[in-house]
Design a protein around this ligand. Structure first.
Ligand SMILES: Nc1nc2c(c(=O)[nH]1)N[C@H]1C(S)=C(S)[C@@H](COP(=O)(O)O)O[C@H]1N2
Ligand SMILES: [Mo]
Length: 322
């Protein structure tokens, strides 16, 4: 694995963007301007700044086993349209999310394991073989995108953790610091921290991916730096961002959205066009960068990989799919 400043990207940025709107994060800081002040001074400047943000390049060979049935979503869309409630309950959180400090970052692995582990994110990344995978992403709100993630299978972290035989689930937790994420402070009615969970069978399925990068760079703050999950057969809210803890447990975790509204957002949340959300249809999805509506697929098109995880669970009915 190589992490380096990439002259390639910097050249591209300089070529593509007029000087006046090219502001990277370091320049914003050096200029003594809060990102918010720039945002207030004109939408164009700030949106260019985040689209062109000067993050470290991250190289990983593409795993061709995962093919897309549609175009890649341009990076700009992934950088400017986000769900990250810690920074606000709307899509324009990119600016606020720059307050996130992705280094140093300690990851705790505990619960039903032979020996609890605390590990720095860079140490964890150095232990893992990184690869690139092109995945679809389907939000429960009926929009979708595609992302070139860089990371490693969650299974590799499970193997490192060596859970005891009684462990049935992995529970994951996002950082919970109101001094960094203002949405935590201004929205105290939410059950912080953000929590998600998977069964051991789901967590060790090859599709379950831990993300540290995207678009050839370390993953952006607003996309869940420095470590997030991608479980593309489930609705997007299962793909928890900015993870600080993996806990192995024999209790089914109660996730953030399940605590808020269990009838609408359950534990399983597998994508299914035939099971509507109580307030809207899931039959179609809006492809973010084209605005086009396309049919939604069972398991978001990943049935071949994951359908077998759910055989014999028919008694759960619609609960498997919301
Ligand atoms: N910690 C945390 N993780 C989160 C969320 C969140 O609000 N907080 N939103 C989820 C939802 S609903 C979606 S659709 C995806 C969005 O990821 P993106 O902004 O990179 O597209 O992140 C998921 N992970
Ligand atoms: Mo979502």
């Amino acid at each position: 694995m190589h992490i380096r400043k990439s002259p390639r990207w910097q050249l591209k940025q300089a070529e593509a963007t007029p000087e006046s709107v090219y502001l990277n994060r370091r320049q914003i800081m050096a200029g003594g301007l809060a990102a918010g002040a720039i945002a207030a001074s004109g939408g164009l400047g700030i949106s260019k700044a985040f689209a062109q943000e000067d993050r470290m390049a991250l190289e990983a060979a593409r795993n061709d086993a995962y093919q897309l049935d549609r175009d890649l979503t341009p990076e700009k869309f992934n950088l400017e349209y986000n769900n990250f409630y810690e920074f606000g309950s709307h899509k324009e959180i990119a600016s606020a999310a720059q307050a996130l400090e992705a280094r140093p970052w300690e990851v705790t692995i505990d619960g039903m394991v032979e020996k609890p582990i605390k590990m720095d994110i860079d140490e964890l990344m150095a232990k893992m073989t990184l690869e690139e995978r092109l995945y679809r992403h389907r939000c429960v709100e009926a929009w979708s995108m595609t992302v070139p993630w860089i990371g490693f299978p969650l299974r590799k972290l499970v193997e490192m953790a060596a859970p005891t035989s009684g462990a049935k689930y992995v529970r994951m937790e996002t950082f919970n610091d109101p001094s960094v994420a203002r949405g935590i402070k201004t929205q105290p009615w939410y059950p912080w921290p953000y929590v998600e969970g998977l069964t051991m069978a789901e967590a060790t399925n090859d599709l379950a991916f831990l993300v540290v990068g995207a678009y050839g760079k370390v993953v952006a703050d607003q996309m869940g730096a420095p470590l997030r999950l991608a479980v593309p057969w489930k609705y997007g809210f299962k793909s928890i961002k900015s993870i600080v803890r993996f806990e192995f447990t024999d209790q089914q975790p109660v996730s953030f959205w399940e605590q808020l509204q269990a009838r609408e957002y359950g534990f399983w949340a597998n994508v299914n066009p035939e099971v509507p959300h109580p307030r809207w249809s899931q039959a179609r999805e809006r492809v973010l960068h084209t605005g086009e509506y396309v049919p939604t697929q069972l398991f978001n098109g990943y049935g071949e990989e994951v359908a077998s995880l759910y055989t014999g669970m028919e008694d759960l009915g619609d609960r498997l799919y919301r």
